[in-house]
Design a protein. Sequence first.
Lengths: 275, 297
Amino acid sequence: MRADYVEVGGTRSFVLEEGEGQPVLCLHTAGQSGVQWREVQPRLAELGYRVVVPDLPGHGRSEPALGGPVRDLEVYARWCEELMDRLAMDRPFVVGCSIGGAITLQLAVRRGERLAGAVAMAAHGGTDSTMLTVRGLERELVDSAAPSRSDRTYFGTLAVVGRRVPAERAELIARMHRREDPEISNSDLIGWATHDVLAKLDGVACPTHLVVGDDDLWLDPADVRRAADLIPGSRYTLLEGIGHYPMEELEGFADVLHGWLGELNGRDGRDRGAA
Amino acid sequence: MGSSTTEASREAAASGERAEAPYFEDFEVGRVYTGPARTFSAAVVAAFAEVSGDEAALHTERGPSADGRPLVHGPLGLAGFFGWHHDRGLSVNVEAAFDTHWDFVAPIHVGDSVTYEMTVTRTRRTSALRNGVVGRHVVVRNQHGEIVQVGRTAALVTAREVVDDRAARLGRAFPSTQWAQALAARLADSAAFTRATGTWDGTIGLRFGGDLVVFRVYKGRVLEAGTRTPDGPTFVVSAPDVVWAGLLTGPQNDFTKRTMRDEFEVEGSAYEYLRLTSAIVALVEEARAFARAEGTR
């Protein structure tokens, strides 16, 4: 495994790379970091991929974005494009979860023809005003208005981990999720609550797979299904007993993902399929 | 009007579930009762129209929906609950029905089959000791699983034995003052609660339906528990009885999940409520342990 600080978006960003083969970019959730992929990355590399796991700007060991905390997921999408170009990732897969899943959908919309495929987990591509309001998120950007933040992140994470996940595993996930910068997390969530690529999903030009856990209280699986239906030839998977963080919750996730990527490799996106 | 009732009886009898007719002591808070579906045929609805005198065209000729199917009388859905209760053998020791509140959430059409699901939400033995009041929450669903009616209704039920077992059953006697006081005593030994409230000075309110209990907290200790304090609660966490019954007697402490599903409301200082997140989770944890222990120490 190789760790690098890469200059992307004018800042130094932390990237972990492992393996040789078809490149895979793995994107983390709001406020978190690439550490969410720590078990998936080595196993996926063993299965024959070049696995690239960045910390998005302001997260983990990456410097903050130049313009301050990012509130627009398209900014992250552009950042990912620069990173993929910088690292010469040719025809990569992109796999992301939550805001990472939403960024994955943004990338599929923006440059699907240059991707081998996209796996978007826990994302539905639309705005989200039922669970999260921009006003509420803005209010909690002021530290004095956001009491017991880490307790709420801890209990909130436990609440959205699936019923199949053993208690010790859920506890580990929730404890690690406390390591967030609230300003970054809330800005990410503002990005989540306001992004909307639904109108562009019919133009996605790479094989795409949407995945959601049936214990994910943040999303209605019907919304994910609807997004999948908008993408020509896409696949949809409902994970039973899994919540908002499949790559952390599902034992042997790398092997499952390997299967999904194999299926995406076997099918063409709409544009290439038509060619 | 009795035909579908008879069918239901036959189904219940055939299923062999019929045990001894339940007494007050058998209605344990958190217990859920279900049973076979009941169909409201045109004949049943016509009979109810005649008995009640509500022979409006809405019920007898044509309803407002596109297919014109007449609507079942809302009160027939309610009356059907008492029929279901009897059919299930649950009414044998019922002495009286008390307060009943019923919401008509969605229409029931003639020909629809409904199921009743009853959750015991409160029990209180009367001071006479020979009977007790049982609070029930009722959900009525149609054949598509959609909720059509939701109700709350209480019944006075004869006790099996004339004994004072109130102390032994205190763990599920929420939201009585005695329960709140016993819970307060338990919270003194809860490291999670005393730690989370160690720098706090205020009053936590919990509202069960219309009933409030408060816990006056000062630096980790509950000074007093009851129904009021001079300055009132800092915040109040409210939910219907059925939500509390599920939270306090269900398989896991799913308070956070329930808040994410908007099952609770908060009045008063939202800031202090958020600040006490882990304290409330600890309080719920202790109340759940108390409900399992079913008694005082």
